[in-house]
Design a protein around this ligand. Structure first.
Ligand code: DAH
Length: 303
């Protein structure tokens, strides 16, 4: 600052306190007040209207500044939508079922009675209701097969996309909550050959190239025979779904008594498919909420 001495009104009032003679103090005080008033009059005045305006002085944004983040569907939903479309083209309907499920549908009706050792395969999150009923978060989408058969007569062609839950630790290939797409096709002449044909068609379209299919023997209580289905993609065999011919006990539990009815069912993990399609090596990124991950699967900005 320049050499001009800075005197504040507080300084002047302090000086006034130090004056002992009452008369002198009074006249000094009056002079300070007059000076304060004169100075105040010379300062530019702001009306309250001006002050209000200043407080809300937010210019309307121009379109240039509007670089809003756009939401977009996740790769899991995109894959589910794609699969739905591919199966619908082959005459399949899309069904849904409850995530909070009854033990009866998740296990018993699928030929997995209480104490069956296979129950251990599906680490279960049990939920006891206030009335004391033992329910669970469905461990797979398979219970919806039974619910669907209870409501629909064969021939049946349906898929069920949905969320499932497992009581297990997460790691690069396991999540406690993930998605499956279940499928069921039953009729009088539905065979393993039909199954292979359907899979060949769907996965060739999903992977945008003709893929080879391989069935490997496996075990599921709800199918007989059971198999794992592998597809050959870029030279490697990749396991993509569990499947099999629907067990007669399962058809019976769904209310289908006609012995001429047979068919196949399958269940596949959607996150696993996303990982195969994108080369992602850790499932935990998918539901992490990390925008750096999400932005790789959609439009980021309005411009
Ligand atoms: N529910 C099985 C699982 O979560 C997957 C599965 C296997 C579904 C075979 C099926 C099937 O419908 O036939 O591991």
């Amino acid at each position: 600052m320049s050499g001009t001495p800075q005197v504040t009104s507080a300084d002047l009032f302090q000086q006034m306190k130090e004056i002992e003679d009452p008369e002198e103090k009074k006249s000094f005080g009056e002079s300070v007040n007059t000076l304060k008033q004169e100075l105040a009059e010379q300062l530019p005045q702001e009306s309250t209207e001006d002050q209000d305006k200043a407080a809300f002085n937010i210019a309307p944004p121009s379109l240039d500044q509007l670089q809003m983040e756009m939401g977009h569907i996740s790769p899991v939903t995109a894959t589910i939508f794609h699969l739905q479309e591919l199966f619908e083209n082959l005459g399949f309907s899309v069904a849904t079922g409850p995530e909070l499920e009854e033990e009866k549908y998740n296990f018993d009706a699928l030929n997995i009675p209480d104490n069956h050792p296979a129950r251990d395969v599906w680490d279960t999150i049990w939920v006891t209701t206030e009335e004391g009923q033992k329910n669970l978060l469905r461990t797979h989408t398979s219970p919806t097969q039974i619910r669907y058969m209870e409501q629909h007569k064969p021939p049946i062609r349906m898929i069920v996309p949905g969320k499932v839950y497992r009581y297990e630790a997460t790691d690069a290939t396991h999540e406690t909550a993930f998605h499956q797409v279940e499928g069921l096709m039953i009729d009088t002449n539905t065979s393993i050959a039909t199954f292979k044909g359907v899979m060949q068609e769907v996965f060739s379209r999903l992977f945008k190239q003709s893929v080879d299919i391989r069935l490997r023997p496996s075990y599921f209580p709800f199918t007989e025979p059971s198999f794992e289905i592998d597809i050959k993609f870029e030279g490697d065999w990749l396991e993509i779904a569990g499947a099999g011919m629907v067990h007669p006990n399962v058809l019976k539990a769904g209310g289908i008594e006609d012995e001429a009815i047979q068919g196949f069912a399958f269940g596949m993990g959607v996150e696993r498919l996303v990982m195969l399609l994108t080369g992602l090596n850790d499932i935990r990124y998918i539901h992490s909420g990390d925008l750096r991950f999400a932005h790789q699967f959609g439009l980021k900005r309005t411009k």
